[in-house]
Ligand binder design. Sequence first.
Ligand code: TZP
Ligand code: MG
Length: 223
Amino acid sequence: MSSRMLSETVRRHLQMYLVLGSVNCLAEPGWVVQQALAGGATMVQFREKGRGALTGAPRLELARRLQDQCRRVGVPFIVNDDVELALELDADGVHIGQDDESAASVRERIGNRMLGVSAHTIEEARRAILQGADYLGVGPIYPTISKDDANAVQGPIILHELRKAGMDVPIVGIGGITVDRVEEVVRAGADGVAVISAVTQAEQIRTAVEEMKKKVVLSIKSP
Ligand code: TZP
Ligand code: MG
């Protein structure tokens, strides 16, 4: 099997990370993903959960369809929580939270596929990295409408704190991030933004993704 992805490559994939499931979308999810990929989304996470989420065969069928769209354009497709599904699909990676199976155990099961772990404190971040995470998802940075059981809002300061503590790993900020907040999130230390509603609920999905990505890239580059 191929080796673990280099952290500089992971960082690039985190720049404009679309997270979604059918319940988040106003339009048909395949269309949302198509538009987001056209706008330059750098990674896609299949997160089919919450009230009204698909289960069984329809869930698998949607995952396959979205994965296929990502494959065609060379964008990594990550599965939230469900290691079985990720292995069945031969997905590019898995993203887990603190309440899921341990990162160490998921790392063992998924080999060199990408592993993302949600972390809310410096201690959780350190443990995740020791157990084999390739990147950290940190948030909610701002209030979010997309996660019922979200932890307390942390503000961009958490990103500063992680960097100040010497954490040099790829980090993506998540939670309530809109185009106007991208610069603040990246300047605080994130390598990119993970978003649900700012993209899935946008009137012009492609434009929304283009604008957010442009801001990420500019904020990374400018001193
Ligand atoms: N984890 C922390 S906040 C969040 C997740 C999955 C939801 C992000 O959605 P939105 O709509 O971009 O705030
Ligand atoms: Mg989870």
